[in-house]
Ligand binder design. Structure first.
Ligand code: IPM
Ligand code: MG
Length: 371
């Protein structure tokens, strides 16, 4: 199969982790005889520096003409502490989501036994945690009217949702629940917010079309607590933009490292795949970031291309590196492997250059080619 992929490295560690995701995609192409063509484009702080615009039109054009988009990370400390900055790297990402109508953001929360000890939660609470967050991505408070009064003493962020925006993502979440443990939790704040009451009404109506799915409703404050005290209870979570942003960061700590979680954003005509971690500027250029979030995002892209065997092979490669303790610095600050080594190991695994059996002595030497 031939696919055109738009690649946006973005800021901070973005270029390093994306380089490893591309390396793994190239391994997939080699092993399964596919052709992946990459077109690199700008977005974020780097784009502001080079063009004055966090999302140049050319990037939108390239993305629209691609089969999928692979994206690294966005954000730069230069803008974080400057609330009056006129242009911000994040504006680029928000505009891209809106321009491409990437309304459905999917964040699977998986735990790996090999790294469970890194989670602040007890290991017994983490066994078997496996849920998936469907976050609405192009509406709500992120995209409503924003205003500051002329004297600068008051600010407004409006949150708007239309029934159709709720329906389209709700159907996707219900359909996904059918393929899983058949449970869907809507997270809202319907005791306070009008938009949340609309979400609840629409989801209750849609639920009638999915009698096989057990639906429950939870206020976001309670959900924030439940994700910590009993994360196993969740299967599919459906929620609006802002709540999804917050609870997905919260849920990511269950996995032990934020660096390992992927995400996908599906739209009307294309889809974007990105690790959920940020740009981690302190680590940029040091070859120490965890590339697994980016590599698993590439696996989600392969699933989107209907290349399920290929996607599973990549996931097996990731599990294999974790089982054999090829950890990056976020997981093991003392005996760590570099970003590029972990990427190389996973690519080698994908093309069967290395077998499941690992020679522990060679592992100590940290050289994938001799394993
Ligand atoms: C995310 C990020 C973004 C968001 C930022 C970078 C604008 O936190 O993808 O979760 O808030 O959606
Ligand atoms: Mg976020």
């Amino acid at each position: 199969m031939k696919k055109n992929i738009a690649v946006i490295n973005g800021d901070g560690i973005g270029p390093e982790v994306i380089a490893q995701a591309v390396r793994v995609l190239n391994a997939v192409a080699e092993r399964y005889k596919h052709q992946f063509n990459y077109t690199y484009c700008l977005m974020g702080a780097g784009a502001i520096e080079q063009t004055g615009n966090p999302l140049p039109d050319e990037t939108i054009e390239i993305c629209l003409n691609s089969d999928a988009i692979l994206f690294g990370a966005i954000g730069d400390p230069k803008y974080d502490n400057n609330p009056s900055a006129k242009v911000r790297p994040e504006h680029g990402l928000l505009k891209l989501r809106k321009s491409l109508q990437l309304f459905s953001n999917i964040r699977p929360i998986i735990t790996y036994p090999a790294v469970q000890h890194l989670s602040p939660l007890k290991e017994t609470q983490l066994e078997g945690v496996d849920f998936i967050i469907f976050r609405e991505l192009t509406g709500g408070i992120y995209f409503g009217k924003k205003e500051t009064s002329p004297d600068g003493t008051q600010a407004i962020d409006e949150s708007i949702y239309h029934v159709s925006e709720i329906e389209r993502i709700a159907h996707i979440a219900f359909q996904n629940a059918r393929l899983r443990r058949k449970k869907l939790t809507l997270i809202d704040k319907s005791n306070v917010l009008e938009t949340s009451r609309l979400w609840r009404k629409v989801v209750q109506e849609i639920a009638q079309q999915y009698p096989d799915i057990a639906v429950n409703y939870m206020y976001v404050d309670n959900a924030a607590m439940q994700i910590i005290i009993n994360p196993k209870q969740f299967d599919v979570i459906l929620t609006e933009n802002m709540f999804g942003d917050i609870i997905s960061d919260e849920a990511s700590v269950l996995s032990g490292s934020l660096g390992m979680l992927p995400s996908a954003s599906y739209g009307v005509c294309t889809a974007l795949f990105e690790p959920i971690h940020g740009s981690y500027p302190q680590a940029a250029g040091k070859d120490i970031a965890n590339p697994i979030g980016a590599i698993l995002s590439a696996a989600m892209m392969l699933d989107y291309f209907q290349m399920h065997e290929e996607a599973n092979r990549v996931r097996q490669g990731v599990s294999w590196t974790l089982q054999n303790k090829f950890f990056t610095k976020d997981i093991d600050p003392i005996n760590f492997y570099f970003t590029s080594t972990v990427g190389e190991l996973i690519s080698d695994y994908v093309i069967h250059k290395i077998t499941d059996e690992v020679n522990q002595e060679n592992v100590e030497l940290r050289k994938s080619t001799i394993i």
